[in-house]
Design a binder for this molecule. Sequence first.
Ligand code: 5AD
Ligand code: SF4
Ligand code: FES
Length: 340
Amino acid sequence: MQNLIQKAETTHSLTKHEIVLLLKDNSTNNELFAAADRVREKYVGNEVHLRGLVEFSNICKQNCFYCGLRRDNKNIERYKLEPQTIIEFAQKAASYGYKTMVLQSGEGDYYNIEQMCHIIREIKKLDVAITLSIGEKTEEEYFAYKQAGADRFLLRIETTDEELYKKLHPGMSLENRKNCLKNIRKAGLELGTGCLVGLPGQTLESLADDILYFKKLNADMIGIGPFIPNENTPLRDEAGGTFELSLKVMAITRLLLPDINIPATTAMETLDPNGRLIALQSGANVVMPNVTEGEYRKLYELYPGKICVNDTPAHCRSCITGKIASIGRSVSNAKGFRGG
Ligand code: 5AD
Ligand code: SF4
Ligand code: FES
């Protein structure tokens, strides 16, 4: 195991078999996390990039089996923020010092291309980077968003396991999702993707395939989090992913893609009260605090136990800055592009 970790740290490559061995064996986890932490420091430094997350609508036309926003969940109150409100939340976030805004929502057509582009152009006036996380779109849409000033797009592949993908995403296809990722790249947007860890029926082999897919795609950002069962979904009785396995998938991803951005995800902190700090010390270099104001945070319930639902953007900003300082790291003042 030590040799595999050393190989990954120096060559940034592993075979599928080697990744599975690392995922299976837990005797050298601390060495794995330490190696990922060294690679993170060497390639992307000690600064942590904060991205302000605006959850602007929880309306979704998809029906992903794991997600609380799925269209068949009648047990949640749906909302969408007005364009002007989205812009105001971004303005406030900019005043707290955020240099990147992430606009996230369920998948829907509530704003047409022109309205989305208007929102992007207005937020761009704040001299911030913009990341969109709004689902599967046409090639033209990705180009239009880029044209309007968007810099990045997040679309997790969720799982590269064809059969599992089909089971969990009725009416969707892995092929189309991969195609969307290609089009995001083609449009000149920075490409973010990632996966869920601990989906029912997911194997270590399939997680190894996910990691190798990230590498093949040469993604600019990879978000990895545990699957957390939601009682308002068909997967309510499943076991869910563990913190440790999610952390291992993340650490191996850092070893294989040394210079990318990797967030310490909110779902990790849901499973461990120190989850984000532990992730930041095991390969991650990004945190995405919520900057949605008011009551909406509670309604954006992908999974139960989501952190910060009763906190304000100002509170989260100072909370996370303090936590980052407590591990000897600092918050970046840059927009945090890959390689920049
Ligand atoms: N547990 C953890 N993460 C989830 N997501 C959706 N539902 C869950 C869940 N139950 C993640 C998906 C999606 C992201 C926005 O939230 O990976 O891409
Ligand atoms: Fe909709 Fe995304 Fe949830 Fe799937 S994961 S139901 S697309 S919000
Ligand atoms: Fe929201 Fe700590 S980041 S309360």
